[in-house]
Design a protein around this ligand. Structure first.
Ligand SMILES: [Zn+2]
Length: 162
């Protein structure tokens, strides 16, 4: 059987000198405010994967009140989610991610995000799509107040039912 899941995440810009998106360190005049590294791409992806598997959401598994996840590399969270999917018998078919940012420019980082996500999901890079778009200067993203990301994931399960 196959199941689809969707994830969405937003983080606001704050003081800093760089951001992490899709596991890629991107030098920037600001940072993203978060308990973890603020990687909206991986947070949306984790929620899409957990959603498809019917396993809740990232906040349930990695509470932002837990000091253990303070400044956490979100790739660690993603790998932990993949381990949970493994335990439940799910494998990833493909994922599709859209990052919504007015700034910084992300085109040159797309391939790096794809590589890292594919490695953490243990799938071919062809099974991971990452797109970046702006909002034509509309809304909070357009005012350069933060970055948002959507992700969808398709999972398959070897059993006839779950
Ligand atoms: Zn987040």
């Amino acid at each position: 059987m196959m199941r689809i899941g969707h994830g969405y995440d937003v983080h606001a810009f704050g003081e800093g000198d760089g951001i992490v998106l899709g596991g890629v360190q991107i030098p920037f005049k600001l940072g993203l405010i978060a308990h973890s590294d603020g990687d909206v791409v991986l947070h949306a992806l984790c929620d899409a994967l957990l959603g498809a598997a019917g396993l809740g959401d990232i906040g349930r598994h990695f509470p932002d009140t837990d000091p253990a996840f303070s400044d956490t590399d979100s790739r660690t969270l993603l790998r932990a989610v993949v381990a949970q999917l493994d335990d439940a018998g799910w494998t990833v078919v493909n994922v599709d991610i859209t990052v919504i940012a007015q700034t910084p420019r992300l085109a040159e980082h797309i391939n790096g995000m794809r590589e890292r996500v594919a490695a953490d999901l243990r799938v071919a890079e062809g099974s991971v799509n990452v797109k970046a778009t702006t909002t034509e200067k509309l809304g909070f993203v357009g005012r350069e107040e933060g970055i948002a990301s959507h992700a969808v994931a398709l999972l398959k399960h070897e059993g006839a039912s779950v």
